[in-house]
Design a protein around this ligand. Structure first.
Ligand code: ADP
Length: 995
């Protein structure tokens, strides 16, 4: 058994070969007879042969005797050679070796070692390959050259192509006849005279032509038509059946095939009328095809015998031309791109050998096109670190003829290592055969380094992000913790407030009983010793209350709950009140307490008089407390004024023990005292100055201290106020009046108080003042009592079991329908924290009394709410009408100083009042201002403050000449007050005279 021959392995493989041969022959046959031109027709066939039959070279020579213009000459002349550029003999002499061997067989093949080969092989082909020579009848010779072939072309090779070559021979003969016709026509305008032989030959040619040809006689009857014509025009009948038919009719029938049928008919008619050769006329068909038509009139034996039409379908040729032009342009552009692109481009053949590289490739790798050509790219670029797996992958992809992308380590010409991205694309020809690879190589070394850097950066960012997140979580925890702490602190704050409120309540309630009992005892004619004990009890109680008040103040300040009122008040009223309150303490210690008010102080200022009162009271009390001998002098001056704001300086100077310099800063701190023995010696808690400082600073002021040990201290408060021209109403809180005359006789008071002791104290006080008292222990009983009988006033404790003060009051007002005018209800409260006034008013109460109550204060308020005591007018202040403190302080031991001053007042004032009236009648404002000012001097000294203030208003109105229409009333008031003052002074004068 013989071993299988290469390519013979399977039936399938043989089928493929048979298919391939027939396909080849078919393709080649299509290339025959594409033109009536001898050269064009031959070139088309040779091109097809070379391209599809593995040949390098092909040429056709034609016998010169058949060429009309060479008639009679010998040998052969070349009419076509492919490629045209190859140098081949243009003429073959009759004795040329190429012709010698043809013999009777008309064909032969030569290999390179044949002695004749060198003469036959086309010049320049070297000494390899195979040559074949073939006779085309006696009309011509065809020579083929296969450069790669080693074996001669055998008989089977020739036999397979025999029919093909025969057809080609016929086409050559036809072309020669046509050439004859054309040359006869010369200028193309003359009809061709043809002999019978020529017509026969032409008919034979026409049958085989790959162009549509139709010949008509002079009467337009069809003589010859070929199959190709029928195909072009879609005529189903075989050509021979059409002979004799009327072409004029056929023309009409087929005109609709053309895009412009009438133009087609017209062009035919034009040709027939002119009977001149027309070549290359283009006709567009309705279905988009493009035909090119030649018209050749035929003259046989001198007479016009008809004409020949030749139609060629050039659609695909035109399309191919356009496509070719397009693809050439594209190829040019691509080539430009490929050469200019920074990426490397490699084109290999099907075996993977480099055919071309661009400049980019050379830039990247350092290898030139010459160095790369014919080499597999890997041979030069591969190196130690090139990954074998990647190489294997590339080979695999190449075997599969598929596109691929990969990255691999390559080496430049200088040995430098680079990382490249390879993008490879297989290239196929039209038949789908792999012709090579094109791969694009990108240097990604930097990119990778950049990317590594980026990745590192990203990792860092990631870490930072994680850290931040962790911190955020931590912060969240902290926020929660702070929040919790804040809530706890708030809760603690609330607890503290609640505690303070309770404490204050719990202490004030028994204190009320203690102080109240002491008061009641003091009213029972105690012995002097007992009186002293009672005083001690009262003083201790007062101290305790001060402490509670201070602690409550500090708590309020610390919690930021402290607010300051902005209410107009009379500055001098307020100051005199403070002096009045402290005068007794000073007197007790044998100290002089004096006050100097600067004359330019504003009458009325806007601010918080209660807080100012508290500040000054504190400072003056301290001054008295820490001074054993000498004086305490309060001086009030007007400071700088900015717009409607004025700063007022309150100086409290004493001649006391002083404060060591080292302690001067500390005394303003909470619970700070200048000396360790202070509490023991002087009492106190060290809170007073801390509160003072806070109160002053929170109102935008400041406090200073000058002190020398053993010499005394000066505290100065600087506080800003707004100046107001509005006159304030008399304040209930500051009212002091001689209430000893106020009698509660006959009034019915309902006392609602759950604490037995307090009820006892209050009841006895009230009864002492003449009131009828019904005491009950809670709100419910109170309501029962109210339903049974009527009362003039209710004193209502707030915190009570069963029904508290608010509920009870609301019930009285809303359910029992008793109004606040019909029945005043005054609250008794020991709690100082709640914002009393609003809450109490909302519940329907008329006012409140803070426990422990000052008996005088209680008595006064009851009187006022019972309508037993008329409200003082704003100007007839309820302050002591005459305060001789100033005169006393300045008497300097002169016993008759005060009576003399009073005498002076008597002699002067009536006169001045008269003059004032005259001035008013004359509307002499400056005179009024002058007189008022003059009177103010003595009234000030005698401490007749109400009169003094009234004169101030008169002076102000007259001086400024504003609201002068008020002056008659004001001056009348001054007159009355002066009369009152003189009466009071008369009594004082008498007391002095008696003393
Ligand atoms: P308290 O008077 O209750 O002790 P303060 O805060 O009012 O508390 O005063 C703090 C301390 O400042 C006092 O204990 C005292 O040592 C000192 N001090 C205050 N005022 C005077 C003063 N006028 N003269 C001497 N020392 C004073």
């Amino acid at each position: 058994m013989r071993p299988p021959l290469k390519g013979e392995g399977t039936l399938h493989r043989q089928d493929v070969d048979i298919d391939k041969d027939s396909a080849l022959l078919y393709e080649l046959s299509l290339a025959i007879g594409t033109s009536l031109d001898l050269s064009e027709n031959s070139t088309a066939f040779l091109e097809a042969l070379v391209a599809q039959d593995d040949l390098e070279y092909a040429a056709v020579w034609v016998a010169r005797k058949y060429l009309p213009d060479e008639r009679g000459a010998e040998g052969y002349i070349q009419v076509a050679a492919v490629p045209a550029a190859w140098p081949t003999p243009s003429f073959l002499e009759p004795e040329h070796p190429l012709l010698e061997r043809l013999g009777t067989q008309g064909r032969y093949s030569l290999v390179a070692d044949d002695p004749v080969f060198t003469d036959l092989a086309p010049r320049g082909t070297g000494s390899a390959g195979v040559v074949a020579v073939l006779a085309l009848g006696d009309h011509g010779v065809l020579m083929l050259y296969a450069g790669q072939r080693r074996q001669p072309f055998d008989a089977s090779w020739f036999d397979l192509r025999a029919d093909l070559f025969r057809k080609f021979t016929v086409s050559v003969q036809g072309c020669l006849s046509y050439r004859e016709i054309c040359l006869e026509a010369q200028d193309g305008a003359r009809a061709v005279a043809m002999n019978r032989t020529a017509v026969r030959r032409l008919s034979a040619l026409i049958e085989h032509l790959q162009v549509g040809v139709l010949v008509e006689d002079e009467a337009r009857r069809l003589i010859v038509v070929n199959q190709h014509f029928c195909d072009l025009f879609g005529i189903p009948a075989p050509p021979e059946l059409l002979v004799g038919s009327d072409c004029a009719v056929a023309q009409q029938q087929s005109k609709h095939l053309f895009e412009d049928p009438e133009a087609f008919v017209a062009s035919v008619d034009a040709c027939l009328a002119a009977q001149r050769t027309v070549v290359g006329e283009a006709l567009r068909l309705a279905d988009g095809r493009l035909f090119v038509r030649d018209y050749v009139p035929v003259v046989v034996d001198g007479t016009y015998q008809g004409h020949l039409w030749q139609y060629r379908d050039v659609t695909s040729q035109r399309e191919a031309d356009t496509a070719l032009r397009k693809s050439e342009a594209e190829a040019q552009r691509l080539a430009l791109v490929a050469s200019r692109t920074s990426d490397g481009v490699i084109i290999t053949d099907a075996q993977g050998l480099t055919e071309w590289v661009n400049e980019g490739f050379t830039r990247i790798t350092g290898y030139t096109l010459d160095e790369m050509r014919g080499q597999p790219p890997g041979a030069l670029l591969k190196g130690a670190e090139t990954d074998p797996e990647t190489i294997a992958f590339i080979q695999q992809q190449e075997e599969k003829q598929s596109a691929f992308q990969t990255r691999l380590v390559n080496y430049k010409r200088n040995g430098e290592k680079i990382l490249v991205q390879v993008d490879a694309q297989p290239l196929f020809d039209e038949a789908g055969t792999l012709t090579g690879y094109m791969s694009i190589t990108t240097d990604v070394t930097d990119q990778v380094q950049d990317r590594q850097a980026l990745e590192e950066y990203a990792r860092t960012l990631e870490r930072v992000k994680e850290e931040l997140e962790a911190q955020a979580i931590q912060r969240q925890h902290t926020i929660h913790a702070i929040d919790r702490a804040r809530r706890e602190a708030e809760a603690a704050g609330r607890a503290k407030s609640a505690f303070l409120a309770n404490m204050s309540h719990e202490i004030r309630t028994p204190m009320n009983a203690i102080l109240g009992m002491a008061y009641l005892l003091s009213q029972t004619q105690p012995t002097e010793e007992q009186q002293q004990y009672l005083q001690a009890i009262t003083r201790s109680g007062d101290n305790l209350l001060t402490l509670i008040n201070n602690i409550l103040d500090i708590a309020k300040i610390e919690s930021g709950k402290i607010t300051f009122e902005k209410i107009p008040f009379r500055l001098s009223d307020m100051l005199h009140h403070v002096i009045d309150m402290t005068q007794f303490d000073a007197w007790e210690k044998g100290l002089t307490l004096a006050m100097h008010l600067a004359s330019d102080l504003p009458e009325v200022v806007v601010g918080d008089s209660i807080r100012l009162n508290q500040v000054l009271l504190n400072l003056i009390s301290n001054a008295i407390k820490f001074t054993e001998a000498g004086s305490v002098v309060v001086t009030v001056r007007r400071g700088i004024r900015v717009g409607s704001q004025v700063e007022i300086q309150f100086e409290v100077a004493d001649t006391g023990i002083g404060i060591p310099e080292s302690q001067q800063g500390r005394v303003f701190e909470n619970f700070a005292q200048a000396r360790s023995d202070t509490t023991r010696k002087y009492g106190g808690t060290g809170l007073g100055l801390a509160i003072v400082k806070e109160l002053v600073e929170r109102q935008g002021g400041r406090i200073t201290l000058e002190s020398a040990v053993g010499e005394g201290s000066i505290f100065t408060v600087f506080l800003p106020f707004s100046i107001s021209t509005a006159l304030p109403l008399a304040s209930e809180d500051r009212v002091q009046v001689d209430i000893s005359d106020v009698d509660l006789k006959g009034t019915r008071i309902l006392l609602v108080e759950d604490n037995d002791l307090n009820r006892f104290v209050a009841r006895h006080m009230l009864e002492q003042w003449g009131a009828q008292v019904e005491g009950v222990e809670n709100g419910r009983v109170a309501i029962e009592k109210l339903c049974q009988r009527s009362f003039d006033l209710v004193l209502m404790d707030i915190q009570m079991p069963e029904m508290d003060g608010y509920q009870t009051t609301r019930y009285i007002r809303e359910t029992l329908g008793i109004s606040s005018e019909q029945l005043p209800i005054l609250a008794l409260t020991a709690s100082a924290l709640i914002d009393q006034r609003e809450v109490l008013e909302a519940a329907g109460m008329n006012g409140f009394i803070l426990k422990p109550f000052d008996p005088d204060d209680l008595r006064l308020r009851l009187a006022r709410h019972l309508g037993l005591y008329a409200e003082a007018s704003p100007l007839s202040s309820a302050r002591p009408f005459i305060n001789l403190a100033f005169l006393e302080a300045n008497a300097l031991g002169q016993e008759d100083f005060i009576p003399k001053m009073i005498d002076l007042f008597f002699s002067e004032v009536p006169n001045l009042l008269q003059l004032l009236q005259h001035a008013l009648d004359d509307e002499d404002w400056p005179q009024i201002a002058f007189l008022a000012h003059k009177m103010k001097a003595s009234t000030g000294m005698l401490g007749i403050t109400v009169l003094h203030d009234a004169l101030g208003v008169v002076e102000h109105l007259a001086d400024e000449q504003v609201d002068t229409d008020q002056l008659p009333e004001r001056i009348r008031e001054v007159g009355q007050l002066a009369k009152q003052a003189m009466e009071a002074l008369k009594q004082i004068q008498e007391r002095y005279k008696l003393a």
